[in-house]
Ligand binder design. Sequence first.
Ligand SMILES: [Zn+2]
Length: 88
Amino acid sequence: MENGKHIKIRMCVACRKRDRQDNLYRLQCKNGELVSFSGRGRSFYVCRECINSKKFINYISKLCNLTKNEAKEKLFHFPFYIKEKEFI
Ligand SMILES: [Zn+2]
């Protein structure tokens, strides 16, 4: 049952496309580490298409104060990163 009332729409930080919250990955930066949202603090959303994108790498490198290589490295450890890469 989807009547639209309970569907949250969020925006991907890389491509700014809007999608249902459950179609996006929710991450956050914690002490210089990229982690899945813990329930507290500032978080951001990214869509499946943008996981491997340069735009997203740029975004998290700025947000977490990392070099682009460090950001890539941290992202690489997320299971969905590898999965999505194979998918593409
Ligand atoms: Zn996106």
